[in-house]
Design a protein around this ligand. Sequence first.
Ligand SMILES: Nc1ncnc2c1ncn2[C@@H]1O[C@H](COP(=O)(O)OP(=O)(O)O)[C@@H](O)[C@H]1O
Ligand SMILES: [Mg+2]
Length: 352
Amino acid sequence: MSPRRDVVHDNGAVFEPRINTNSGFIDTYDAQLDTALRPGDLDEFIGQEEMKSQLRVVLGAARNRNETPDHLLFAGPPGLGKTSLAFIVAREMGVGTRVTSGPALGRVGDLAAVLADLKEGDILFIDEIHRLPKPVEELLYVAMEDFRLDVIIGKGPGARTLRLEIPRFTLVGATTRAGMVSAPLRDRFGYQYRLNYYRDDDLELILRRSASLLGVELLEDAARQVASRSRGTPRLANRLLRRVRDFADVNHRSVVDLQVAREALSLFGVDELGLDVVDLQILRVLCVQYPGRPVGLSSLSVSVHEDAGTLEEVYEPFLIQRGLLVRTPRGRVATERAYEHLGLESVGTLPL
Ligand SMILES: Nc1ncnc2c1ncn2[C@@H]1O[C@H](COP(=O)(O)OP(=O)(O)O)[C@@H](O)[C@H]1O
Ligand SMILES: [Mg+2]
């Protein structure tokens, strides 16, 4: 990961050179903003009603029985609230949280150290859990199932297994790539949920909450405008809000109305539907390179230089949700709306 290089202007204002929604990691600025605006409990967590009602039951039942809740797995594209949910679960259960990630647990010893340090009832949050090396994953199976840690000491014929009891804990796993979580690991989670992109009305509520936390007066139609360009993603909505606030400040506007929002978003080159570079590339391949023809996932992947799994689990769900792309048995096809958005003449709908 290279450090973020901001363009610092003479007046001291800092602008991001480009807004990238799917970089897959959080830069320093985002991390600070995420923490400041993170919903504290389930009531503050906006949208995703189905998941919230289910989670309330899972957590409530565990609380009544005085047990630790089942292990929980949250899957879905970046910025939809997975990390927030891990902290919310800890808060709802009144327990502590340990935070780590797949890439940080490269060796068995790394996981053993984390597990040995847990306290009764703690939440262990493992982000990007699909990136655990196999031996680490196998150690985790036993820990999740039997709350036990088998450590092999020594090598060859003299090797012994040391069995350690560990406190009961709840593992909260997060992944942007559900398809890459192995079946044995997935099966050990008692509750799993796949988060989907947010509806614009939920994003609007998130923006209004964030605006009040940041002390920004954001009018309703301005909130709607920012929401519609936020790519269904709360993290991006908050980031755009910050850009809009910068713009309002610099232009001495104390209130963010529709006009301020529009001008700010167009200054920062934010697409009207919130599409990012890869989204647009996908649509161009479908509409320009293969107009009217269904395109297979692998050809699409080669054309846009993006791994097929990421296309399928991160990009396509958004394009489908926004009615820009459909999956057919023979491949992906752009809709009329996609042609319209690119300012192209549609070649007509194919018989599907
Ligand atoms: N349901 C939600 N309600 C309110 N804010 C949210 C919600 N989901 C995400 N956010 C905002 O987006 C930010 C990013 O969410 P995060 O949990 O870090 O996403 P992920 O871990 O899935 O990438 C949070 O800090 C919070 O400000
Ligand atoms: Mg996260």
